[in-house]
Design a protein around this ligand. Structure first.
Ligand code: GLY
Ligand code: MN
Ligand code: MN
Length: 434
């Protein structure tokens, strides 16, 4: 049984026989006129089926003799000559183990029949492609005028709590894919660090990363790369990547490869000329101390929010010592004045989605505890915009984030991205070596 069939088997074991699951895939998106963006399948559909074409919908009926049904695009010789092969109905059965396959053009006629007498309908349609049709699918049978047909009163249920929670803990196979994505990114970041020179353009660093990860079979990045020099680093999701790298500035690079639908998400910040200034070094050491203190705590049982708390405590204490914020540690933790400079939270689950699915709280609304084989990022940062008059001039324009990808192991953790230089001395030595 392939891994997708195993996941479907797990899913149907969690559900009543009275259920049907509908998982709606992604549709192609227009880039301009008749040109589409490169297609990326929906993660839930891919997780359960391995199917990678646009416009697919999966139907899963627990304990039915036709348990797994795929709606797909039909074969079409002209379209396939233009845009590539389609599995078609036969391919959906032969290559993806569907018990039945239908043209997606027939979905509205077929789904009400295929629900049969089942009442619990779980639907995943994150983009709401079929939002205006779901009510008809559910209630069509009940509106039948045949008085001798038993009425079925169906209701909708969310699948996310079950499926997305399962996705938080990774299998060995998934961990191997994340590791590969991280390895590609390690080479990408190191190549950028090594080749970085003043007067280059941010775009050229981005191109170095893209080329390196392609050598690892990564077709794409997990999110638009952030190559942010100088004050651009203060924009958390800066994507323009079109400024000249100035001597004396830092460059903050948040870039992660994606491999076979699994993401990496890594940030390093280094001096464009290969040597940190005193002010840059002081802030860098603070962020590094924060991430290292948080990583050191990671093991099964750690409460999720302790990671944020640890990062914040280290950075708040450091900001007081540098005279950037004032007050006792207790006062500062109470009034949270550090937030002007820490700006964002310090991590998220990592997997098929870069900000991966799954809850951070348990059923009692308490922060969740870490378990073996969870994967997540830790990413503290400090940001001092060039127009911030609340800090001394020497700090202005400094933006530093360090982000690593962490696997929880049985006894502790593994920093998957540790191989990219991250201490001041290691970065400077690496950049200055030929
Ligand atoms: N690159 C997006 C993030 O770090 O969350
Ligand atoms: Mn990131
Ligand atoms: Mn991140």
């Amino acid at each position: 049984m392939d891994k997708y069939a195993q996941r479907r088997q797990w899913l149907v074991q969690q559900l009543d026989q009275d259920s049907v699951v509908i998982v709606v895939g992604n549709q192609a998106k227009t880039r301009s006129k008749n040109i589409n963006y490169h297609f990326r399948p929906d993660n839930d559909l891919y997780y359960l089926t391995g199917f990678t074409e646009p416009n697919a919908v999966a139907l899963i009926r627990p304990q039915h003799n036709a348990e797994f049904i795929l709606f797909v695009r039909e074969n079409n010789a002209a379209a396939e000559t233009s845009f590539g092969a389609r599995a078609g109905l036969e391919g959906a059965k032969r290559n993806f183990n569907a018990d039945q396959a239908y043209s997606v053009n027939e979905i509205h006629q077929q789904i009400p029949q295929l629900l049969e007498q089942r009442c619990k309908v779980y639907i995943l349609d994150e983009q709401e492609f079929y939002a205006d049709k779901v009510s008809t699918w559910l209630h069509q049978q009940r509106r039948s005028t045949g008085f001798d047909i038993p009425k079925v009163y169906r209701h909708l249920l969310p699948l996310q709590p079950l499926l997305h929670n399962a996705r938080v803990t990774k299998s060995e196979d998934e961990i191997a894919l994340v590791r590969h994505a991280v390895q590609a990114s390690i080479h990408g970041h190191k190549a950028m660090m090594k080749q970085c020179k003043p007067m280059m353009n941010e775009l050229q660093l981005q191109a170095i990363f893209d080329r390196e990860i392609a050598n690892f079979g990564c077709r794409d990045v997990a999110y638009p790369s952030i190559v942010a020099s100088g004050n651009n680093g203060c924009c958390l999701h800066y994507e323009d990547n079109n400024s000249t790298l100035n001597h004396g500035d830092l460059v903050l690079i948040d870039a992660g490869a994606e491999y076979q639908h699994y993401c990496s998400d890594i940030t390093r910040t280094w001096p464009i000329n290969g040597k940190f200034s005193d002010a840059q070094q002081q802030i860098y050491q603070l962020v590094l101390a924060a991430i290292d203190a948080a990583i050191a705590k990671v093991k099964p049982g750690l409460v999720w929010n302790d990671i944020y708390q640890t990062c914040i405590e280290v950075m708040a204490q450091g900001l007081i010592e540098l005279g950037i914020i004032t007050g006792s540690f207790e006062e500062v933790m109470r009034n949270e004045c550090y937030r002007q400079f820490t700006v964002h939270k310090t991590g998220h689950w990592l997997g098929m989605d870069v900000h991966d699915v799954g809850r951070y709280h348990d059923d009692d609304n308490q922060w969740r505890k870490l378990e073996e084989n969870m994967v997540f990022t830790i990413e503290p940062g400090l940001y001092f915009p060039s127009d911030c008059l609340d800090v001394a001039e020497k700090w202005r324009g400094i933006a530093i984030r360090i982000e690593d990808d962490i696997l929880v192991t049985a006894s502790g953790h593994e920093n998957l991205s540790a191989a990219i230089p991250r201490t001041v001395i290691d970065i400077e030595t690496y950049m200055q070596s030929s």
